[in-house]
Design a protein around this ligand. Structure first.
Ligand code: NAP
Length: 374
């Protein structure tokens, strides 16, 4: 981690000319451990490297894919026939004032180390987002959130490079169209920009966010009455670790992309119909209700993991080398030697089963590289 506390230091400086490698295996760069090679591969250490990569790829009419921490990717068994640009833009700039701290992080900074830095310095705003794999640059794309906090709460602006023109540009938070696990970078502008830097506004000496009952309970069980930012960070990591949602070479169930499906947000009437259908089919007891959380006017969010487990599928279910994690129904695990084709077939089976039993359609969360999920 490269720290800078000067007011206007620059994170981006081109150190080496863009170097292109060929036939680089991608499986080791994904947490699922699946996928063939990149035909061409380059590292971007600055926005100018990205611009050079855009030039290189467009002059050869070669498709370009931007790779971050690889924690949310299903890469095709055949790999990627174009250029993969691995984001390695580092550097953190800090601007401290009594009432707020503005921190700008290069998109290639490891996310959890960045959260650890904020917590260690006593800056509130990211503590519940501890233990999440991946890099800083991925966080605005799906507005990463957990335990009642999301990055849209603290993001001020996002710097990016336009992958069509190679030009750098800045999006203010209000222009990012942030929503529940959503942003313009994941919807209308999907694949259009590579994020190079994210600016967050954090709160010095502020109390941690403890909103989720699960987090409150875990803190109480630890005997913590007035938790510090550090208590919250350690507790969130412990809770995630119990679910195998912390990447750990010693935990075979963490060889996954984390949650494979998003939690559906639907109109209340649609949720009512799904609940009635599950009851009619005997998946719900007479006194049991479907969990749902308010998600905007007349909309509710339904936990995808609950839907899977109430459609007759159980944690630990296996199909050859792939299966559901025994610790979380939303994680599809590569139990060793699985192919992308097996993962996709298994994910379709789950989606179809849930749709058949409840009428709700689960939408995958990961990005599919070189293959489609339909
Ligand atoms: P969980 O805690 O079992 O919760 C499942 C679902 O129920 C989530 O949609 C969660 O909403 C919702 N929920 C639970 N308690 C709630 C409450 N008190 N108020 C409102 N909504 C509530 O989920 P999990 O799969 O183990 O994940 C733990 C946390 O990590 C969740 O917050 C989840 O969203 C987050 N996560 C985020 C990502 C991502 O950003 N891509 C990936 C994996 C997990 P929320 O989704 O709004 O929290």
């Amino acid at each position: 981690m490269v720290l800078s506390t000067s007011r206007r230091s620059t994170v981006y400086s081109r150190r080496v000319p863009l170097s292109i490698r060929e036939h680089v295996p991608l499986a080791p760069l994904s947490t699922l451990g699946i996928g063939g090679p990149a035909r061409f591969f380059a590292r971007a250490e600055g926005a100018d490297d990205l611009a050079a990569a855009v030039d290189w790829a467009s002059s050869r009419r070669c498709p370009l894919f931007v790779l971050g921490g690889g924690s949310n990717l299903v890469i095709a068994d055949g790999g990627w026939a174009g250029l993969v640009v691995h984001m390695a833009i580092r550097g953190i700039e800090i601007e401290e004032r009594p009432e707020a701290v503005d921190v700008a992080a290069g998109s290639g900074e490891p996310w959890d180390a960045f959260v650890g830095l904020a917590v260690a310095r006593g800056w509130a705003g990211l503590e519940c987002l501890s233990g999440i794999p991946g890099l800083v640059g991925a966080t605005p794309i799906q507005n990463v959130g957990a335990y009642g906090q999301e990055v849209a709460d603290t993001i001020l602006a996002v710097d990016a490079v336009d992958l069509e023109s190679g030009e750098p540009l800045t999006f203010e938070a209000r222009d990012c169209a942030f929503g529940y696990r959503a942003s313009r970078f994941k919807s209308r502008d999907q694949g259009r920009y590579a994020i190079t830097k994210v600016r967050y506004r954090l709160r010095p000496n502020a109390a941690p966010a403890v909103r989720y009952p699960e987090l409150k309970r875990a803190l109480e069980e630890g005997g913590v009455a007035e938790p510090s930012l550090d208590h919250v960070r350690r507790t969130v990591i412990a809770v995630r670790r119990r679910k195998s949602m912390v990447i750990d070479a010693d935990d075979p169930f963490s060889r996954s992309v984390g949650s494979f499906f998003m939690n559906p947000v639907v109109a209340s009437a649609v949720a009512d119909a799904a609940e009635a259908e599950l009851r009619r089919r005997g998946h719900l007891g007479a006194d049991e209700g479907m969990p749902r959380y308010p998600a905007g006017p007349d909309s509710v969010k339904v936990p995808a993991a609950w839907l899977i487990e109430h459609s007759g599928l159980t944690r630990g279910l296996r199909r050859g080398a792939v299966g559901l994690s025994p610790h979380h129904a939303l994680a599809i695990v590569n139990y060793g030697g699985a192919s992308a084709a097996e993962v996709v077939a298994f994910a379709r089976e789950i989606r179809d089963r849930v749709r058949d039993r409840s009428g709700l359609t689960l939408v995958p969360e990961p990005v599919f590289v070189g293959l489609a999920f339909d």
